[in-house]
Design a protein around this ligand. Structure first.
Ligand code: ADP
Ligand code: MG
Length: 344
């Protein structure tokens, strides 16, 4: 009996010791892993325990497993495999992200279109073998890109693509959704300051010891070089779309990954970079891709109508921003200049 009591009391002592050890565990520094084809870096400045980092990376993996078109068992792949055949039951979060993507698709008259899948596949964007398709191949897939043919049943939580060959690709919005989800986990665990960076899709959560965070905007002409703009912000997401993020070259021509659903080609206009600032990273992600495609005037109009902020850089190095964000900007590179009043 005595030995049993001794066993239990040493167990209790062990647990107490463990608890006191974990309660004063030193926060870990930034942790980086690869998910969704990009470098994901989490910095939990005040409460970065290994358990919390693990928790957040597990959630990231779960989102990838749910949404990736490159994972054959993902819900998005299942919806695509059943295009023209039957509706597929999906978790609530798939409905939620898809509804937001469709809302933006409608609002941009299809410039942003989550049914861009067949075109992304044709160009081999993000694959090991990207290639320029023939005009004939492009003409064949363009009729499959049509957001109005995505049928969501909110009663039974199903998604159906009306035409065979249609395919969803949520690459223009899902990193934003993931950043929002990780921010939520940080918040639930009482984290006060964190930077969640999913391949440039950033959530600057809380403040930097009571002051705004300084976020750099990359030079679209030299993304590995020094940032060209400093932006001060707190508790917001900052998402940039640029042609320099993912591209390939063929016969001396550069082709990037933001596609125009009407022409079937990478969008070429005056825009070289578009940054959105918003409390919702999902919205910021969708708007950055959309505004890049729409161009400066329509892009900034869209951003303002969504109550978000934006900074768009034009080919002639002129920088345009929504009014509220202007006082928070510092141009760091004299080759670029801030212009006011692009909107009529
Ligand atoms: P990144 O993936 O570099 O963060 P974006 O958020 O701008 O860049 O998203 C680009 C991705 O969005 C592409 O890789 C593709 O998966 C998808 N996409 C490309 N063109 C469109 C479009 N017109 N509408 C919706 N999604 C698109
Ligand atoms: Mg985007």
């Amino acid at each position: 009996m005595k030995s049993v009591i001794r066993f239990f009391s040493s167990c209790i002592l062990g647990i107490a010791l463990l608890a006191s050890l974990t309660s004063c565990e030193k926060p870990l520094g930034p942790q980086t892993r690869l998910y969704m084809g990009t470098v994901c870096s989490l910095s939990l400045f005040d409460k970065g325990t290994s358990g919390l980092y693990e928790n957040m990376f597990t959630r990231l993996q779960e989102i990838e497993q749910t949404f990736s078109v490159n994972i054959p068992t993902s819900y998005i792949s299942l919806i695509n495999a059943n295009a023209g055949k039957k509706p597929v039951s999906v978790p609530q979060e798939v409905i939620l992200v898809l509804q937001e993507a469709l809302r933006i698709a409608k609002k941009t008259d299809g410039a942003f279109d989550p049914t861009i899948g067949p075109l992304v596949a044709l160009w081999g964007i993000g694959s090991d073998h990207p290639k320029v398709p023939s005009q004939e191949e492009i003409s064949r897939v363009l009729p499959l890109i049509d957001y109005s043919k995505v049928i969501i049943d909110t009663q039974y939580n199903t998604v159906f693509l009306e035409k065979e060959g249609m395919a969803l690709d949520l690459g223009g919005i899902v990193k934003g959704y993931a950043a929002d989800q990780l921010t939520l986990i940080a918040q639930e665990h009482g984290v006060k300051q964190a930077i969640i960076d999913l391949g440039g899709n950033i959530y600057a959560y809380g403040t930097k010891n009571g002051s705004p965070w300084n976020i750099g905007i990359k030079n679209p002409r030299d993304p590995a070089g020094a940032p060209i703009i400093k932006l001060q912000t707190e508790n917001k997401s900052i998402v940039t779309s640029g042609a320099y993020e993912r591209f390939f070259e063929q016969d001396g021509v550069r082709y990037h990954h933001i596609l125009n659903p009407k022409t079937g080609y990478p969008q070429e206009n005056e825009v070289i970079s578009s940054t959105i600032i918003s409390e919702s990273s999902m919205l910021a992600d969708a708007l950055s891709t959309s505004s890049y495609i729409l161009g400066c005037i329509q892009g900034l109009t869209l951003i303002e109508s969504e109550k978000a902020e934006g900074i768009m850089i034009r080919e002639d190095n002129q920088v345009f921003a929504t009014p509220a964000v202007v006082p928070t900007l510092t141009i760091l590179n004299p080759e670029f200049s801030l212009q006011q009043n692009i909107l009529p």
